[in-house]
Each structure stands twice: as structure tokens, then as C-alpha cells.
Design a protein around this ligand. Structure first.
Ligand code: NAP
Length: 243
């Protein structure tokens, strides 16, 4: 059944079962959005409560069939798509030559193929609406790698995002579809074991880890900033500025 209310915008959030994606989904629901939340295990989530404004779709974000299912659910239930947040991601840090073929496939599938397929599928409805916005969650270490904490697959998978946002911003400007990137520093999510938090805080000039609300705030800012497109906002406690 379509829950048609043009006053209520509609978002798709990938990687919504945990961390930044979960926080963003909760923040959007609190602000009156309708959300299609997706991840491999989202239907088992204990953090997201049943609501007419929330649809959960299980699936691997790196597969085209998941993108088709997610977009179909958004249009069937809510009739439009205003925002896609490509947030699903995995992080594997190790010396470059220790990476395996399985590491490569997992990271590139989750971080890159997901962006490709999800973004492709939201373009036709956004073109039809003559409006829309896509935000990709990158990582500041793609731009400012650290010799002490090597993570080449994070660099390889996350560094294209600002360029992708610029390219698509230009390709679809005439359709009033915006594309932006958010590049977090190290954020306090289940991605990082508590025992590492003190060391991770030191990575940032502001001497703390970022909070999920810091990243959510940047996405909400971009959503409201209707003259901003092709931009990359660093939410990184000053890491990009240098040391
Ligand atoms: N935390 C940080 O310090 C940090 C820093 C920079 C950038 N980021 C980026 O921010 C994003 C969110 O990170 P986070 O810290 O919130 O991570 P997180 O807490 O580990 O959550 C990752 C999310 O991605 C989903 N996911 C993983 N593989 C997936 C797949 N193949 N298909 C669909 N969903 C998948 C997970 O759900 P399921 O297991 O249910 O699939 C989960 O919802 C990632 O792109 C990450 O690279 C994080």
C-alpha cells in the first residue's frame, strides 16, 4: 500500500543496521521522513521499530538485484525517492601485500559496487521527479592516508567518491539531482573495538573520535543546502588540514 504524503520526503539508507546508517535512519524518522533501510541483516534489527514510515529490505548492497528490490520497495510503499545515502561499507586495515583476493572482493563489492548499482537505480525516479539527492559516505583516510595504519583497500574503494559526486553532479544537474560526499574521520561506531578508542582519538587534531551525530549533521546539512552539489564535506576533527 502506498503511503502517499508529498510533505513527507523519502530516503534510502544502505548499511542501516548499525553505526552511522542506523543513526541516520533514526534521525530521518524523528524528522518526519519515510525511510527504506537496507543491509544484509536489517530485518533482524532490534534498534529499528516497526512504523508505517519504515520499510526494511535485506540484501547485499553490492548486488544489482538488491538495488532493484530496494528501489522497488521505496516506490511501491512511498511513491518517490528524495535521498539516497550510500553508507554500507567495510574496513579492513593491514599491510598492502597481506590483502587477499577475498579481502579485495569484499571491500570493492560492499564499498564500490553498492554505490554503482544503488545510484543507477535511483536516477530514473529522481529524473521523473526532477529532484533528488545522493550522498556517498567516503572516509578522510582515502584523502589523508596514514603510514602508521595502512589500509590500502579503504583508500582504493573510498577515494573515488568525491570525484564520482562531482561527475554525477554535472551529468544530472539539468535534472535537479544533487550529488555530495561526506568524508568522516574515525567515528565512534561498532566498527571500532572500545579498546582502540583512546589511540584512535589521537589521530585527530581535535583529539577525539567523531560521533555518529557529527556525520548525521553533515548529511542533514547537505540535504537542506539545495545550492550545494559536487561537494565533499570532511567530518574529521581537522585531519585533512594536516598535522
Ligand atoms: N566508523 C568510522 O570510523 C568510519 C570512518 C570513515 C568512514 N566510515 C564509513 O561509514 C560507513 C558506515 O560505517 P560504520 O562505522 O557505521 O560501520 P558499521 O557500524 O560497521 O556498519 C556497517 C553497516 O554496513 C552494512 N553492511 C556491511 N556489508 C554490507 C553489504 N555487503 N551489503 C549491505 N550492507 C552491508 C552492515 O550491516 P549488515 O551486517 O546487516 O549487512 C552495517 O549496517 C562505511 O561506509 C564506512 O566505511 C566509517
Amino acid at each position: 500500500m502506498i503511503n502517499h504524503n508529498p510533505q513527507q520526503p523519502v530516503a534510502i539508507v544502505t548499511g542501516a543496521s548499525s553505526g552511522i546508517g542506523l543513526g541516520l535512519t533514526q534521525a530521518l524518522l524523528e524528522r518526519g521522513w519515510r525511510v527504506v533501510a537496507t543491509s544484509r541483516t536489517i530485518s533482524k534489527s532490534k534498534d529499528l521499530h516497526s512504523s508505517p514510515d519504515l520499510v526494511l529490505v535485506d540484501g547485499d548492497a553490492g548486488k544489482k538485484e538488491t538495488a532493484l528490490k530496494v528501489v522497488d520497495a521505496a516506490l511501491k510503499h512511498f511513491g518517490r525517492i528524495d535521498l539516497l545515502v550510500n553508507n554500507a561499507g567495510v574496513f579492513i586495515a593491514k599491510p598492502f601485500t597481506d590483502y587477499t583476493e577475498a579481502d579485495y572482493d569484499l571491500v570493492m563489492n560492499t564499498n564500490v559496487a553498492s554505490l554503482f548499482y544503488m545510484t543507477q537505480q535511483v536516477i530514473p525516479p529522481m529524473k521523473e521527479q526532477n529532484s533528488g539527492h545522493v550522498v556517498d559516505i567516503s572516509a578522510v583516510l582515502a584523502d589523508q592516508p596514514s603510514g602508521n595504519a595502512p589500509a590500502l583497500l579503504a583508500v582504493l574503494s573510498k577515494s573515488p567518491m568525491p570525484a564520482v559526486s562531482k561527475a554525477l553532479a554535472l551529468e544530472y544537474a539539468a535534472n535537479n539531482i544533487r550529488f555530495n560526499t561526506v568524508s568522516p574521520g574515525v567515528i565512534n561506531t561498532p566498527m571500532h573495538a572500545k579498546g582502540n578508542h583512546a589511540a584512535l582519538a589521537k589521530f585527530h587534531p581535535l583529539a577525539r573520535m567523531g560521533e555518529i551525530s557529527d556525520v548525521v549533521g553533515a548529511v542533514l546539512y547537505l540535504q537542506n543546502a539545495t545550492f550545494v552539489t559536487g561537494e565533499n564535506i570532511r567530518v574529521d576533527g581537522g585531519v585533512h588540514a594536516g598535522r
